[in-house]
Design a protein around this ligand. Structure first.
Ligand SMILES: Cc1ncc(COP(=O)(O)O)c(C=O)c1O
Length: 463
């Protein structure tokens, strides 16, 4: 997102004036990291704010500026930043030890919580990230079915491993992105989400499909939604053919409901990948699911039944600090109140932003589901309105076109005290208040006014 002309802009000048320490750090970082950043999604021009501390729904940058935060630790912080119970649990664990190189009681408690909360979780294996959980899900599916290929849906994000790094925001034709093997790309079939008939045809014509994996609320945590009927149809189709259905609930797990999207929609996959909220804001992931599939990781079952088990290592699997944070977080989430609150506030944010968009006469829309929201800035000038925008009608190629105003809008929002992600969008936590949501709508309106001053509203001006 570097396409907005940044010179002669009051927004950019004010941003630079307000964030000199961040500017200095960004300058140094340019020589240390490619692009000066440590995650592609943190790119913003001319530079992002460097955050020094965070609490509840807020964070503060190196220059002392305060923001209402909707980045939410890339979606990991359903309970907000540094929830006191999570902090206490981690501090206590820190004193007792950070890595035992051994089994420990907290990992058992953590695993039991996952098993009790996630409908598909008959047994659980911890990993260090969502990317790793998905890697293991694919390997389990292949070993269990004896088939080679996986089906993914266009635009659905599953981390950055070789099977997942194309067809998300580019390479929609299935060609490998740089560094990937053609063989891996060829063993990954890309399908449009929502079309069961086409999927059935693809699977039956191929005959070598081990697994179907998807984000169960739709691409990019529901930016392009799928509905419960599609999940039900997928479940039937895969079950009939002995194909492993994998729900990637790295974002939706413990967010949509305590049982994730599968708990909400009542559709149980064979395997589920988890991360983010799972570990209470610390690094961690898990793969869980049907005991007869997960058994492929089991030494005793392999000996008893005479199969070769799948190897699985990982220095930080079930790390005690992550386990402490995860147990504290999941215990607070399991009654469902935190999910309900975040979902309600998410709906309120979308409603208020759409009111602002309508008042301003823009052809944008704020959409999303549960506690996730997206701002569609309509760079192609589609005939849409904020109240009737149906994102499921469009493919990922529509959403990947960056609006020329996206970057500057984010800077304007930062100037007005709000941080969102680069989609642009964000996730609401249970720590946000109704007052935060209202203040955010005011900030959105003020940011639009700043863009208007610069006559920079992209295609929306025509509306
Ligand atoms: C749906 C989904 N799956 C997998 C991942 C990868 O997880 P991680 O960043 O922990 O590797 C992400 C990360 O954002 C995600 O959103």
């Amino acid at each position: 997102m570097v396409d907005t002309p940044l010179t002669n802009s009051r927004i950019v000048t004010e941003y630079r004036n307000r964030t000199p320490k961040s500017a200095g750090l960004a300058w140094t970082a340019r020589d240390v990291f490619p692009s000066g950043i440590t995650h592609d999604a943190r790119r913003i021009s001319p530079y992002g704010v460097y955050v020094e501390k965070a609490q509840g729904p807020r964070k503060w940058d190196a220059d002392g500026n305060e923001y209402i935060d909707y980045y939410g630790g890339h979606g990991a912080l359903l309970l907000g930043h540094s929830h006191p119970h999570v902090v206490k649990a981690v501090q206590g664990q820190m004193e007792r030890g950070t890595h035992f190189g051994a089994c420990h009681a907290l990992e058992v408690e953590w695993g039991e919580l996952v098993r009790d909360m996630v409908p598909s979780a008959e047994t659980v294996r911890f990993t260090s990230s969502g990317t790793e959980a998905n890697l293991m899900a694919l390997r389990l599916a292949r070993a269990f079915t004896g088939k080679r290929k996986i089906v993914r849906f266009l635009g659905h994000f599953h981390g950055w491993s070789d099977h997942m790094a194309f067809g998300v925001s580019d390479h929609f034709d299935g060609s490998p992105s740089p560094g990937l093997l053609h063989e891996i790309a060829r063993s990954t079939l890309l399908a449009p989400a929502g079309d069961v008939a086409e999927l059935e045809h693809l699977i039956d014509a191929d005959g070598d499909v081990a697994a179907v994996i998807l984000e169960p609320t739709g691409a990019s945590s529901g930016q392009i939604p799928v509905d419960g009927a599609f999940l039900t149809a997928l479940r039937k189709l895969t079950e009939e053919r002995g194909i492993i259905l994998i729900f990637d609930e790295v974002v939706t797990g413990f967010r949509v409901s305590p049982g994730g999207a599968q708990g909400h929609f009542g559709v149980t996959p064979d395997l589920t990948s988890l991360a983010k909220i799972l570990a209470g804001g610390l690094p961690g992931g898990a793969i869980c699911g049907r005991a007869d599939v997960m058994e492929l990781l089991d030494f005793d079952a392999a000996d008893a039944k005479g199969f070769e088990k799948i190897g699985h290592q990982g220095t930080y699997n079930a790390n005690p600090l992550s386990a402490a944070a995860g147990v504290a977080a999941l215990n607070m989430i399991k009654d469902g109140k935190a999910c309900d609150r975040a979902n309600e506030l998410g709906e309120e944010l979308r409603r208020l932003w759409n009111e602002v968009i309508a008042e301003e006469g823009l052809s944008w829309a704020c959409h999303g589901s549960f506690s996730c929201f997206y701002l569609f800035l309509n760079p192609q000038g589609l005939p849409i309105g904020p109240q009737d925008f149906d994102a499921s009608k469009y493919g990922p190629e529509v959403f990947k076109v960056k609006s020329p105003v996206a970057n500057k809008l984010r800077l304007a929002l930062l100037l007005n005290g709000v941080d969102i992600n680069g989609k642009p969008g964000g996730s609401v936590s249970a720590a946000h208040t109704r007052a935060d949501i209202e203040a955010t709508a005011d900030a959105f309106k003020a940011s639009i006014a700043m863009l208007r001053e610069e006559e920079d509203l992209g295609t929306a001006r025509a509306a």
